[in-house]
Every structure is written in C-alpha cells, then in structure tokens.
Design a protein. Structure first.
Length: 282
C-alpha cells in the first residue's frame, strides 16, 4: 500500500511536512518566479536522476539562478528523503525559486525545496483505449526552462474536461509544440517517428523515447503541424509520470483507426524495459 510522504527539504533542512514552509517574501509567491524538475522514485531508487539534474541546472541557468548546493549534496538529500518517506513508487519534485526578495522583485539567494508525492502510472484502460486531446494557440515563455508558471494549462482545465478530453496541446499558427506537462510524438504514414523540435521543453522521457525509436524506425526532431497530426498513423505523448500514452483523437479529428497503434505500444514496452535495466544498475 502506498504511504504518504512525511518529510521535505526546505532551504538547507529536512523537515516534517507541517514545518516545511517558505516565507511570504519568496519570489515564487510574490512573482511566480522559479523552476523545478521532477523524477520518479521506484523501489528506493531515483530513475534517470543524472539526466533530470542536468535539465534542472539548465532551467536554473536560463532563469539567472544557480543551485545553492552541489550535486553530491543534492543526491544525499534525495536519498535521505527516499529513506525517511519510504514510498515504493513516488515522484520527487525539486523547486528552485528566486528566494526571499527584500523588495518583492530582485533576485535573492535561491530557495531550494525538495519533496515527494504519491504517483500512479497510467492504467490498462487508458493504454488500451487511448485519450482525446484538444489544441490551444499558445507558446510558453522561456520554453527551454521548466518554470513553475503553469497559468495557461491550469486556466484550460475546465475547457479540457468540458470537451471530454484529457489534455491540451499548444500550437501557434498551426505548428504544434508541447503539452503543459508532456511532449508530443507522431508516427507518420511511412512509419517515421517525429517529435517537435522548437518551443518545447527537452523532456527526459522524450529523449529516451527518441533514442529507442531510432533503433527500430526512422526517428527525428522536426516541425510538426496540426495537419501532420491529422494525417498521422499514430500520435502519442510522453512524460515522466505517464511514460507513453496513445492519443486517438485531437479536437474533433480521430487519429488513424481510432485505436492505440502498434508503434506506440511497442515503444512503451521498450521504455519500460529500459527503466528496469537502469533500476537494476543504480
């Protein structure tokens, strides 16, 4: 049975959750300024941790911040939280904010927060049936950084639900980019696997799937349009929390035969095997 986390790390201290707080002067509260990253913990091991730390550093640099502790110290904190929280399957979030600003605007010493959350991976029904998504014209500010600004995605939650969909795909002038929390892939009619190259967060799962696809199919990053999606044989999304999920409808357009495709499900099995191999090596 999945337990709930009891401890978090806040500005240099591992604390019980009820004491894990930030001061109201923090720029994450004052201005929504900060970056984060998120990785999966399975059986006491952080999966693909080095890749996530690399991206965390890149996001911080893009937002003119730097982590206040070394990677060695950070990994020690992560391991301490894993042991204290004792959750067989969980997600761990690392947040770096602009710190306790004296005037509510200037950057200060960054605040580093790390905590765990319960995680449930997609179930059999979602994988067997696939999901519907909608589209919305929008491009994230500083798309190369994983910032804490999810305003647009949260604003669209009601519309997504009202239209019977599971997520929203951002596009601008017919060129698609990403979901609020996931990356997009299409399988073209010739079997090529393509993921958008611009205005996207470089997801760790995205990179793993791109590498796995390249071993079996023609795989590339490139421009993907709404028309490409509507004409695709298969469409799917990727993320840390969802792995790979088939998409069978985009707005009112059914994709292919309306069922999850062979390439999508094959890549999902490849990804699961890769995660198991990495877990055994950790």
């Amino acid at each position: 049975m999945q337990s709930n986390p009891n401890y978090a790390y806040v500005r240099g201290q591992v604390l019980p959750l009820e004491k894990a707080t930030l001061h109201i002067s923090d720029l994450s509260i004052q201005r929504g300024y900060g970056v984060f990253d998120y990785f999966r913990v399975h059986n006491g091991k952080a999966v693909f941790l080095d890749k996530y730390l690399e991206r965390f550093h890149a996001s911080a640099k893009a937002m003119r911040m730097a982590l206040p502790i070394s990677d060695g110290e950070l990994k020690a904190v992560i391991q301490e939280l894993i042991q204290k929280n004792s959750m067989p399957l969980a997600g761990m979030k690392m947040i770096l904010t602009g710190g306790y600003s004296s005037n509510g605007y200037d950057l200060a010493e960054p605040s580093l927060v790390i905590f765990q959350q319960p995680l449930i991976l997609p179930g059999a029904e979602m994988l067997e049936n696939g999901i519907k998504i909608i589209t919305h014209e929008f491009v994230r500010e500083v798309p190369q950084a994983k910032t804490i600004n999810y305003t647009m995605g949260i604003r669209l939650i009601d519309e997504i639900r009202q239209r019977g969909a599971s997520d929203v795909l951002y596009q601008r002038n017919g060129v698609v980019s990403e979901f609020p929390r996931c990356n997009l892939f299409i399988v073209k009619q010739d079997g090529a696997v393509v993921t958008p190259a611009e205005n996207v967060l470089l997801g760790v799962t995205r990179k793993n799937v791109l590498d796995l696809a390249g071993k079996k199919y023609k795989a590339a990053e490139g421009t993907v349009t709404l028309e490409d999606i509507f004409q695709a044989k298969e469409v799917f999304l990727t993320s840390t929390t969802k792995r790979i999920v088939p998409i069978v409808q985009v707005d009112e357009q059914v994709i292919g035969n309306g069922k999850p495709g062979e390439v999508t499900l094959s890549l999902l099995q490849d990804l699961i095997r890769l995660e198991e191999q990495v877990g055994m090596q950790s």
